[in-house]
Design a protein around this ligand. Sequence first.
Ligand code: NAP
Length: 329
Amino acid sequence: MEKRLMHAIQYIAYGGGSNALKHVEVPVPSPSKDEVLIKLEAASINPFDWKVQKRMLWPFLPPKFPYIPCTDIAGEVTEVGKGVKKFKPGDKVVGLVSPFSGGGLAEFAVVKESIAASIPPEISAADCAGLPVAGLTALQALSKSIGIKLDGTGERKNILVTAASGGVGHYAVQLAKLGNTYVTATCGARNIEFVKSLGADEVIDYKTPDGAALKSPSGKKYDGVIHCATEYPWSIFEPNLSMNGKVVDITPSSSSMMTFALKKITCSKKQLVPLLLIPKGKDLQYLVDLVKQGKLRTVIDSKFPLTKAEDGWAKSIDGHATGKIIFEF
Ligand SMILES: NC(=O)c1ccc[n+]([C@@H]2O[C@H](COP(=O)([O-])OP(=O)(O)OC[C@H]3O[C@@H](n4cnc5c(N)ncnc54)[C@H](OP(=O)(O)O)[C@@H]3O)[C@@H](O)[C@H]2O)c1
């Protein structure tokens, strides 16, 4: 039987940025035993997606060319694998496509049941499509790495979120405020009011001397830092940390890996820990439920149709998104 075809975006070699994205017709994938096939309504882009294209995850990703990028998708289930129990055709879901198979920037994509979550009727696919990588990273950093209890029952902690206007940062500020925290945040001048509206208690412009030094305006020492910006040496963090302060670096460089090792070996109370996202469906469902309860929102920087996917790709590479860049289908 002839395979059904769908519109997809792919690239065939490393590099080239948005100009290297090609619009193609490829067969609709089939779900394996533990997967669901989703007809996409929305997808979101993360810096991870273009870092793969830039060869920054070589030799692991992509496994081969041609490669259909993007992991974060939301839409309607049209088919389920034989072993799938949680979902049925017609359900709305958000999920994370395996970067090892690729396939998110297409009309249809498959995700494992274990890293998908149900979308209730009152929220849109676009409101959920930003959650998988950025939302789960913020959640993992706050709750697992720093130990913030998001029901507010933990002891009071001072948290710094860097690049709080970005995809991960804007979720991190909102989630941190669900816990018992005082949140300091950094962002550019144009986003200060926006980041305050997310709940940050104090906001610093990263281009000012105090911002560059990550100094809290009220003199707070940070118990935890969700570090979403890049290129800050340990010497900037160290004087701003409380006695047991911990920096969670979500974009660890080789020098931060050295700091991590050094702090471990010397049993330092102040620590820097690298974070690699370990996505779980139940955590994703937790985030979707927070959106439903009005406790978490996805701020959408801009939306692009699949026909203009290269414009969204270029905007993400540019690095100045406020919230999430979304593709709509
Ligand atoms: N470890 C993991 O598993 C994991 C998971 C997710 C993301 N990440 C990484 O985390 C980083 C952030 O991701 P993202 O999705 O949040 O990126 P993003 O949405 O592209 O971030 C863009 C935002 O960051 C702000 N920004 C840039 N440099 C800044 C600085 N020095 N201080 C304050 N704000 C700054 C920009 O503000 P302006 O426009 O004002 O400059 C912009 O609003 C990326 O490197 C990504 O690869 C890692």
